[in-house]
Structures are given as structure tokens and as C-alpha cells.
Ligand binder design. Structure first.
Ligand SMILES: [Zn+2]
Length: 233
């Protein structure tokens, strides 16, 4: 199962797991929508993975730990004070039948990490559909390197970002990309999905390479200029 559970204004709590297996949860902005989902879809939870320490990703962790005291909470160093019990900055997590790859993707925050499991990328606030995260406590060079690192993954990687920012990102992409047809096609599709209150996500890395200006930036200068232009868009 792969489900984006809407939380707060525009966050998603992702739930992923193989058929008939325990499920993995990524980020916990708010426990309520997560519990409401579980009430309708009872399933076993095997781990909570945190991408970074912003409150719209970790605010629900204390309540999660109270309700699921036996489930490990993985996260980068910066999440140690926000409920992570297992610190992971890179490498692999072996968890039952799952092997989860931890990719350092600092830039949005200094220690942000992303996770890959069974070809699904959970990239928090590093990569969005048609966009990328703002640079807060990390820096532009770090963010550029992180986006480049994710850009090495295969075309068929299923990309699961933490926010529903696709429509505004596509508007920015259309304004800066020379080859606009893929962006315009995607705008039509996303408009339809959003009108039905459906998530525009997940996406794939193959598609993102066509519609995401940040994946197309070749140099740090180009990347930084794009990111600053998006901040002011
Ligand atoms: Zn954030």
C-alpha cells in the first residue's frame, strides 16, 4: 500500500508497505488524520521514519510514541530532540523484510535525510513535484548536492514528497523552463486531481526530470538563482 494521508494545511503523512506486510510511516505532523486512517484501514505499523525536525513533520511524534511504544522512530541527528529513538544520517536500515536506504539530503535543514524503500523515494522537503524545498538551516551548495544525489536514482523511482505544492511549483516551472509542453500537460492533470480533492502525488523521477527546473540546473549558480527566483515568485 502506498497512501498519502493529508495532514495540516498541505502536508502528507506517507504510509508504505508491501501487501500483507507491516507498514512504514514517514513523518508525523499530526496524529489525528493518521489515527483516522488506521481506524478505517487497520494495519500493523513497523517503523516511523522522520525526514527533518520542522514541526509540520514531527509535532505528532510524542503522541505516536505514546500510542505505539514498541515502534522504532528513525530520524537524522537533528530529530534526536524531537522523538527519534534511532539516529540515521546515511546508510541502510534493515527492518524485517525491508531494506531502507538513507540518503543525506541536507539543505532545507542541515541534517535532512531521505529514504528509499522498494523503489519509493520519501524525500520530505528536499524534492517536490516540479520544485524543491526552501533553503533554511542548510545552504545552497548542500541543497544542490542533495538534489543532484536524488537525480541519480532511476527514472521509475516513485517520488513521494511531504507537501502538496505541485500547482504553484508548476506555475513557476512554466515561467522558467524553455521546453514547457510536459509542464503544461501536467498542469491539466494536476488541476483535475486537485478539483477532486485528490493528491497530485506520487510522481516519478522520470517525469520530474522533464518538469522540475531544479533537477535540470547544471551548476550551483544556476540552482541558486532558480531557488531565489522561486522564493520571490
Ligand atoms: Zn520543512
Amino acid at each position: 500500500m502506498l497512501v498519502p494521508i493529508p495532514a495540516l494545511n498541505d502536508n502528507y503523512i506517507w504510509l508504505y508497505g508491501r501487501e500483507k506486510s507491516a507498514q512504514i510511516v514517514i513523518d508525523m505532523p499530526d496524529i489525528s488524520p493518521f489515527l483516522a486512517f488506521l481506524a478505517e484501514n487497520p494495519t500493523k505499523i513497523t517503523a516511523l521514519l522522520l525526514t527533518h525536525n520542522h514541526s509540520d513533520h514531527v509535532a505528532g511524534v510524542p503522541e505516536f510514541k505514546r500510542l505505539f511504544p514498541d515502534v522504532p522512530v528513525f530520524g537524522p541527528t537533528e530529530c534526536a530532540d524531537f522523538g527519534a529513538t534511532q539516529i540515521v544520517d546515511e546508510g541502510e536500515i534493515k527492518l524485517g523484510d525491508y531494506c531502507i536506504q538513507v540518503i543525506p539530503t541536507g539543505g532545507h535543514t542541515a541534517n535532512h535525510v531521505s529514504y528509499v524503500v522498494d523503489g519509493h523515494l520519501f524525500c520530505g522537503d528536499t524534492l517536490f513535484s516540479a520544485g524543491c524545498g526552501r533553503v533554511f538551516t542548510g545552504d545552497y551548495a548542500q541543497m544542490f548536492a542533495s538534489v543532484q544525489r536524488l537525480n541519480q536514482l532511476a527514472d521509475d523511482t516513485i517520488v513521494c514528497p511531504a507537501h502538496e505544492y505541485t500547482s504553484s511549483n508548476l506555475a513557476f516551472a512554466e515561467s522558467v523552463l524553455v521546453e514547457k509542453s510536459a509542464v503544461q500537460n501536467q498542469q491539466v492533470l494536476v488541476q483535475k486531481l486537485r478539483a477532486q480533492n485528490k493528491a497530485s502525488l506520487p510522481t516519478t523521477l522520470g517525469l520530474e526530470r522533464q518538469i522540475n527546473p531544479f533537477l535540470q540546473a547544471k551548476t550551483l549558480e544556476e540552482f541558486t538563482a532558480l531557488r531565489k527566483a522561486k522564493d520571490a515568485f
